[in-house]
Design a protein. Sequence first.
Length: 153
Amino acid sequence: MKSVLFVCLGNICRSALAESAMNLIVKDNGAESEWLIDSCGTASYHIGERPDSRARATMKKHGLTTQHKARQLCTEDFHQFDVIFGMDDNNIRDIERVKPKGSKARIELLGDYDPQNIKIIEDPYYGGDDGFEVVYEQCMRCCKAFYQQTSKS
């Protein structure tokens, strides 16, 4: 089984969209039984909350669904997941800061897989609805590229 965890600050915008995008890609490829996919945040601000209403609206617009409730990154994640993706450099620093010794997880920037070479997935929280669409499009591009690369290996 392959496993991937998407991480942003609060787990109600970017990482939730990335999780839903990856779930759709895996489902479209008939590989659900081969993947463990989840998301979380580095901060505890939104634990137990559903994704932001604008993220949910963007998901709905693109036929994505989620039952996800925000949670915070924990020590077990570093042992359970093969890859932990941060959305920006701050996420990567926060993930690295709490990574336990002996962790199996590789920590990567999701944007490193973007065919358009946009490395940072900006937080849309303080902006308008259009920012969520941009994040969705970035996450889909990155997740497709990651899936294709991972499926070859």
